[in-house]
Design a protein around this ligand. Structure first.
Ligand code: GLU
Length: 425
């Protein structure tokens, strides 16, 4: 018996790492992956935990915990974001780092996968404290980061400003400016045009492909978006621009439902000014859970992991799920959605637009030559559409869901790289 069978389904208590591993094992079985390669790819290359002592505004010292997990460098330097949140764990980082490896392989970028984060609550930290955390985290990881080694980027609760501090700290120690050590930077420091919108644009591209495949007219297609951070708001913006009707949006303040369609530019203005959708008057109030179960053509979860579980999957009424977030669906929910004929565009394809333009940013920084927006967007569209078709073809060939098709495609690409490189001893 080469691989462990998936755990029996009762109530859904999977961690993100278990969800990732279950799909990995399923795809590895179908690929007939060599046992040694399976063992090699299932564990992260490195897991680093750092202590981040910060002097607070009142003079007291608080110590935060930071992580960086490098899952694989088989296909190139490791790539992946840094998130700041009070409830992140090493287990979550391990899952997210592996997802970055599979994501970069699905869209054929010459990167491995990593993820990092700091356990902190940015909502209660001042900009000065955030800067100190970003700088000390970077200083502790100077030997890990590098344009040829490991390249961070924004993720949950981190942004261009934080990437600028990462770049500056690394550069101060290198004693010269190293723009290509981090992506998602401000344009003025070597950031790429189109990076900020890239994940949402990628979600729009795959959603349009899926609607076309199901012969649902894009114009008037109904969409519910969970999460209104960078990914959720930009996906809603682009789909709204295509003529879709965004019937619901949400964030931590709750959900907003309007069957006639929400005015997305107005919602974005509101969220920008209030730093949340709280008080948004463009729709009636619903809960995040209710939003997930609305009848609609497309459900776009763009918040955190584990939103669609074995518990609520039976009540989801969307025809398509476009996973803007990383890991919004547990592995136990997968067969339920599949048996109900819901087309799931898996995270490692759906949200790959961000890392794709990160790749363009890294290339531009290394060339010292910057592309016009049109070139960035054309390149993004080509890569995401190619990824979509590669995943579709693999899924058809193996008679599996798009999710397992994406894993098969990715694992095969990474395994091939490992095989040709050989195992160094
Ligand atoms: N944080 C994003 C992701 O999860 C982007 C990573 C990157 O650009 O390196 O895909």
């Amino acid at each position: 018996m080469p691989y462990k069978e998936p755990a029996p389904i009762n109530l859904d208590s999977e961690s993100p790492f278990e969800s990732m591993m279950e799909r990995f094992e399923h795809a590895a079985r179908l690929l007939n992956l060599d046992r040694g390669l399976f063992e090699f790819l299932k564990v992260p290359e490195r897991q680093i935990i750092v202590a981040i002592p910060i002097q607070m505004d009142d003079g007291s010292v608080q110590v935060f915990e930071g992580y960086r997990v490098i899952h694989s460098i088989a296909r190139g330097p490791s790539k992946g974001g840094i998130r700041f949140a009070p409830d992140i764990t090493l287990d979550e980082m391990k899952a997210l780092a592996a997802w970055m490896t599979w994501k970069c392989a699905v869209v054929n970028l010459p990167f491995g996968g990593a993820k990092g984060g700091v356990v902190c609550d940015p909502a209660v930290l001042t900009p000065v404290q955030l800067e100190k955390i970003a700088r000390r985290y970077t200083a502790n990881l100077l030997d890990t980061f590098g344009p040829e080694k490991d390249i961070p980027a924004p993720d949950l609760n981190t942004n261009e400003q934080i990437m600028a501090w990462v770049m500056d700290t690394y550069s101060m120690h290198a004693r010269h400016t190293v723009t290509s050590v981090v992506t998602g930077k401000p344009k003025i420091l070597g950031g790429s045009l189109g990076r900020r919108e890239a994940t949402g644009r990628g979600c729009m591209i795959v959603t349009k492909e899926a609607l076309d495949r199901l012969r649902i007219p894009v114009n008037g297609a109904t969409v519910a978006v969970q999460g209104f951070g960078n990914v959720g708001s930009m996906s809603a913006f682009f789909l709204h621009g295509l003529g879709c009707k965004i019937i619901a949006i949400s964030d931590v303040s709750g959900g907003y439902y309007n069957p006639d369609g929400i005015d997305i530019p107005r919602a974005i203005d509101h969220a920008r000014q209030q730093r949340s959708l709280r008080g948004f008057a463009g729709g009636e109030s619903i809960t995040n859970e209710e939003l997930l179960e609305l009848p609609c053509d497309v459900l776009l979860p763009a918040a955190r992991e584990d939103q669609i579980t074995a518990e609520n999957a039976g009540r989801i009424k969307a025809k398509i799920i476009c996973e803007g977030a990383n890991g919004p669906t547990t592995a136990h929910a997968d067969p339920i959605l599949e048996s109900r004929g819901i087309l799931v565009i898996p995270d490692i394809l759906a949200n790959a637009g961000g890392v794709t333009v990160s790749y363009f940013e890294w290339v531009q920084d290394r060339m010292g030559y910057f592309w016009p927006l049109e070139q960035v967007n054309d390149g993004l569209e080509r890569i995401i559409r190619e990824g979509f078709h590669d995943v579709f073809d693999t899924a058809e060939q193996y008679h599996v869901s798009l999710r397992i098709g994406a894993y098969i495609l990715a694992i095969d690409r990474v395994a091939q790289a490992v095989k040709v490189r050989g195992i160094y001893a």
